[in-house]
Design a protein around this ligand. Structure first.
Ligand code: NDP
Length: 412
């Protein structure tokens, strides 16, 4: 029997212990991530035929496990129990870098000892919608690994479906490799997954929260495909960071105050004021571009606070593509502008395998900086989520070390 090992190390490759350390969320501590996450020792999970067991060196921190820790907008444990899962806890974590320790009986092309990362698209391979040719991420069974599913990367071992497992970029450290894949693959699908409105040469992309997880990736992906990114940020310091990543300029959202649900269309005075706020914001974008040019694509995720403005400033025939509602879900579209200017409001979620592989190749080719901000210890995974929710700390992505003893290791 292989003994339980301490954090900061893993057993010899291929030797799987029965028990492991993990940061665990339980329903009776839903709330502040600093207390919702607690270290526990749990059983290493069994593998299904198509699963891969990965020894986790580092785990990326994402906003989804802020929501899981709070039990908002859904209780992920209750949802899984209703679907038949026995566990009364949640081990989250949707970004991994690590080493393959075991593979299921049907897995091909992945071997014990491979250094890998994971993408977060998860689905039931027997889902009839997938067999019928639907994008698997739109199929009824689709979810985000390490959020909708259990045994993500906040344990010493995680279980992923084999199609999620991708080669780790050899030039990256464990913490660099664990940082960008969830946000990067999501941004890739948003910018290149919706035919008719994909980023091409000279296209203008307005990137909300340019210095954040999704934002840093969206700026770089836009630039790598010949587009021009304008970032929206909350400080000049964040804006300058976005320019270093290739943005042509930035707008500080704190210079405006028309955010949130707009006044009803029958409130003429309120509408006048709100529209003036939108126009001023749009003008600020033009100033950054040096021409009166509206964004072809607006890269959205704040949601309630910003969607009405995003739709207003988007170029006719352009697209507002959205993957979250961080500030709330009641986003209002003024349909007069929406239909007459024939704009597209497109939801986007996660990634499929092709999009993830295309993104990962850009990382392997060195075209994308993973943008590691703060590196946390295993014990501080709750604190890392708290800082993310509070908007404090370094720009870019947060990572926690699990099997890696210190930062800077893992580069080949
Ligand atoms: P970040 O923390 O990096 O981004 C959130 C940013 O929101 C903050 O940094 C802040 O940037 C900005 N913000 C905060 N309040 C407001 C406001 N009132 N108006 C406008 N902007 C505001 O997180 P991520 O980029 O990793 O994730 C962002 C969202 O996207 C989360 O809700 C996450 O769950 C979701 N997501 C969804 C995915 C999917 O597949 N559907 C995948 C990845 C993420 P600043 O202060 O500079 O403006």
């Amino acid at each position: 029997m292989v003994a339980l090992v301490d954090i900061g190390q893993l057993p010899p490759v291929g030797e799987v212990p029965d028990r492991m350390h993990a940061q665990v969320v339980r329903q009776d501590r839903f709330g502040d991530p600093r207390t919702a996450f607690q270290p526990e020792v749990v059983d290493v999970p069994d593998l299904g035929p198509d699963d891969v067991l990965i020894g986790v060196m580092a785990a990326g921190i994402n906003f989804n496990n802020v929501w899981a820790a709070r039990g908002v907008p859904i209780d992920v444990i209750a949802v899984r129990q209703k679907a038949g899962e026995p566990y009364d806890f949640h081990i989250g974590g949707s970004d991994t870098s690590g080493i393959v320790y075991a593979v299921g009986s049907a897995v091909e092309g992945i071997s014990v000892g491979d250094e890998v990362v994971t993408h977060p698209g998860w689905w039931d391979p027997t889902d009839p919608a997938i067999a019928a040719g639907k994008d698997p991420m739109i199929s009824p069974s689709a979810g985000i690994w390490g959020y909708n599913t259990n045994f993500g990367s906040f344990g010493q071992f995680c279980v992923a479906q084999s199609h999620q497992v991708m080669t780790k970029a050899p030039q990256l450290t464990w913490e660099e490799a664990a940082a960008p894949t969830l946000v990067g693959t999501t941004a890739y699908r948003m910018l290149f997954g919706w035919e008719g409105n994909t980023v091409g040469d000279g296209d203008v992309v307005l990137v909300w929260c340019g210095s954040g997880g999704l934002g840093t990736q969206a700026i770089q992906l836009t630039v790598a495909h010949g587009g021009r990114a304008v970032a929206v940020v909350s400080s000049d310091e964040r804006g300058e960071f976005c320019k270093q990543l290739g943005a042509v300029g930035y707008v500080n959202r704190k210079d405006f105050d028309h955010w949130g649900v707009p006044p009803h269309w029958t409130d003429q005075e309120g509408q006048r004021e709100w529209t003036a706020g939108c126009r001023a914001f749009g003008k600020a974008v033009w100033e950054q571009l040096g021409e009166r040019r509206n964004p072809d694509i607006v890269f959205e995720h704040p949601g309630e606070a910003t969607v009405p403005t995003s739709i207003f400033v988007c170029e006719p025939g352009g697209m507002v593509v959205i993957c979250a509602g961080t500030t709330g879900y009641t986003a209002v579209a003024d349909l007069r502008y929406h239909w007459t200017r024939q704009k597209r409001l497109q939801g986007s979620h996660g990634t499929n395998d092709e999009q993830a592989l295309a993104y990962n190749q850009l990382v392997i080719d060195g075209e994308i900086d993973p943008c590691v901000g703060d590196v946390f210890s295993f014990d501080d995974i709750g604190e890392a989520h708290y800082q993310m929710e509070s908007g404090v700390g370094a720009f870019g992505n947060r990572v926690a070390l699990i099997g890696a003893s210190e930062p800077g290791l893992g580069r080949n």
